[in-house]
Design a protein around this ligand. Structure first.
Ligand SMILES: NC(=O)c1ccc[n+]([C@@H]2O[C@H](COP(=O)([O-])OP(=O)(O)OC[C@H]3O[C@@H](n4cnc5c(N)ncnc54)[C@H](OP(=O)(O)O)[C@@H]3O)[C@@H](O)[C@H]2O)c1
Length: 319
């Protein structure tokens, strides 16, 4: 199993659940080698699981291509077993100034969405026949919900415009809107991936997951100190609940991501959206716009251009 951002927060909790259940071969992909090594050390002591690490910055297309090549050679060389699942979990919101990737793409869009778009394209052929791709998204993608309104409603998922936010001058979108829209792109991609896999007769699943608002992760690390302090208090959680915000928890959200990756109960979960809210986990409707196939295809084609996907890189499963 490959997980991006598996060394902290919801991803780490998911990895812990996975290795509790059975000995497993897991690859942690991320951009913080020291922290990944630390996690490998801790988890190895807890069972017969084999955990490897893979350098990956999802906001850099060069890094994604290098990571995918390394992963494929690990599979082909027998260093790891067949890939059963790709958990596209890395991501987050940047609270500071607008930043740009080595390709000059806005990093919230690139790190949450575009890098995973490329990663999945490059690795889908390495997945087992009944493999799964699970995307960690966010309820903030839905402009009609409290979650969406709280960060600022997602805008039109126009890949070129989102990639170039802040590049050409002008007032950039707020950090909350950039985040919500990047997560909307993730869901549009997850559903379009599902449709294409189905059309190709593949049994690989593509599943979208909202962990709910979870405290105790590094998600708010770049936020102002008072917000970081208040967000984790039980008072703030009660207020959020009253306001109708979707609430997750490290334990339930991490365990739910692990279930989506492995549990046979979710074998029919492809093309669906699952959410944790207030201790319960189940299927929900995502934003109305996320089911718009024409938008999903437009986003897909523009994303192919943005990542300069070559014909050799494009899997026959996804054409
Ligand atoms: N916490 C919430 O309330 C909440 C709610 C809804 C959705 N989510 C989503 O849940 C996922 C996990 O978040 P979390 O709350 O567990 O926060 P977290 O503890 O900060 O975990 C995020 C992980 O993603 C990694 N990451 C971020 N950008 C990356 C990049 N460009 N390349 C490689 N790795 C990158 C981080 O690595 P580094 O340590 O190297 O930065 C970290 O391991 C994210 O996709 C987030 O958007 C969170």
């Amino acid at each position: 199993m490959l997980i991006t951002g598996g060394h902290s927060g919801i991803g780490l909790e998911c990895v812990k659940r996975l290795v509790w259940d059975r000995p497993l071969n897991i690859v942690l992909a991320g951009r913080s080698p020291d922290r990944m090594k630390e996690v490998v050390g801790q988890l190895r002591q807890n069972g017969g699981t084999k955990i490897s690490t893979l350098p990956l910055d999802t906001s850099s297309l060069t890094s994604v291509r290098e990571a995918a090549a390394r992963l494929r050679s690990m599979v082909e060389g027998g260093e790891i077993d067949t890939l059963q699942a790709i958990l596209c979990n890395a991501g987050g919101r940047s609270f500071g100034p607008v930043l740009h990737s080595p390709e000059d793409y806005e990093t919230t869009f690139a790190g949450n969405y575009l890098g995973h778009f490329l990663l999945v394209h490059l690795l889908v052929d390495s997945l087992a026949k009944d493999g799964r791709v699970v995307f960690t998204t966010s309820g903030t993608h839905d402009p009609d919900t409290r979650d969406g309104k709280a960060v600022g409603p997602a805008v039109e998922p126009d890949a070129w415009k989102l990639a170039k936010v802040g590049v050409d001058g002008g007032k950039p979108l707020s950090s909350g809107v950039r985040y919500a829209t990047a997560k909307l792109c993730v869901i549009l991609f997850a559903y379009e991936l599902h449709r294409r896999l189905q059309r190709s007769g593949s049994s690989i699943s593509s599943i979208a997951f909202d962990p709910g608002s979870v405290s105790g992760t590094s998600f708010l690390r770049g936020a102002p100190a008072p917000l970081r302090f208040i967000a984790g208090t039980s008072f703030a959680r009660r207020l959020m609940k009253l306001a109708g915000i979707t609430l997750g928890s490290l334990e339930v959200s991490g365990a739910s991501l692990a279930k989506l990756a492995t549990d046979t109960a979710y074998a029919q979960g492809s093309g669906r959206y699952f959410q944790v809210n207030d201790g319960s986990f189940g299927e929900r409707r995502s934003a109305t716009i996320s089911y718009d196939e024409a938008r999903a295809i437009k986003l897909w084609n523009a994303s192919k251009q943005l990542v300069s996907l070559t014909t050799t890189e494009e899997s026959p499963l996804l054409r």
